[in-house]
Ligand binder design. Sequence first.
Ligand SMILES: [Mg+2]
Length: 389
Amino acid sequence: MKITAIRTVRLPPQPAIGADHPDARRPSWLADGPVANPMTGYPRYAAYRPSWTPTWPMFGCLVEVEDGTVGFAVGQHGRPVAAVIEDFLGPRLIGEDALATERCYDMAVRMCAPFGAAGLASYAISAIDLALWDLKGKVLGQPVYAVLGGPTRDELECYATGGDPDWYAELGFRGVKLPCRYGPADGLDGIRKNVAQVAEARAHVGDDIEIMLDCWMAFDVDYTVRLAEALRPYRVRWLEECLPSADLLSHAELRRRLPWQPLATGEHWFGVAPFQYAVANRLVDILQPDISWVGGITPLKRICAIAEAAGVAVMPHAPGNTAYGQHACLGIVGIGWTEFFVGSPPGVALAEAARAPGVPTPVDGRITPSAAPGFGVEINATELPAFLS
Ligand SMILES: [Mg+2]
């Protein structure tokens, strides 16, 4: 079944749900306030993370084959990633067997070698790989998790990520991951405020709900050690992404200095190699590849195999929010807890806030993925306008 076209389309606009929603009890944590990040040392951008993070929109990636079947996936980081698909990878993969996902992924990674298969190119590789898996499921008449060899369990147990832990506990999640607010530039006062945030969350959710802390590449080794020691009474399940993702030497040093604290990272690692290195050197306890960033389902399977054989956990980045992540979690052995990111205001039902057709949202902290063929995303993608013009 040969690929006849790979193209990108514009997605329908999705208005954000804000504090003016009738069910909203207060604004979401995302609406304002600091989140520690790599730029918090620069006062111009320190106060609010969206003041500098990319605003390229999401788009749709379509793969079409001879009999008219279409595979669809959502791509991220807009124009530059769509250009890699439309101008470069797409034309070079036309004519290949669409069901040969291993071959297509390998070709895409190798062809990106001259400019690097990591970073933005990895988002393009991911969109094509996921569209091919959607197509494979549709051709076989099976949900992707079944094509992968699943289901490996009945449902997905989720934890919630965001700054409103009281709301997540009320919704039935058994774990909450807080965005850490302050970093090294905020000094001792920042450490005190970070500890106060975790202490307040622990007081809200009690002892039967796990608490994690997401540090989004904001720290260095010394700051991470100091904060971890200050947080020890609050039993943080893991500290996440404390360091710049490419600084592997610092990851090794942090592991050496914090042997007692579970560590997680990987959402900003691309391809298989960084995960293999992390497993081989025992850099962290939990790997967190993002299915839509790392290269798709195909490299995720390899990462899970490497990790499982070495007894290292894999808990992907925000898989609960996408059909791709949900099917991967249900279809691959060794993937643990499923993260679900919540950016909507407390009080607004998750199903209303998500509004992705065919993609279920957690009920009492659990998700049962769609059993429709492919990823089950209900969108008539072929009628959408071209993304690049
Ligand atoms: Mg994270």
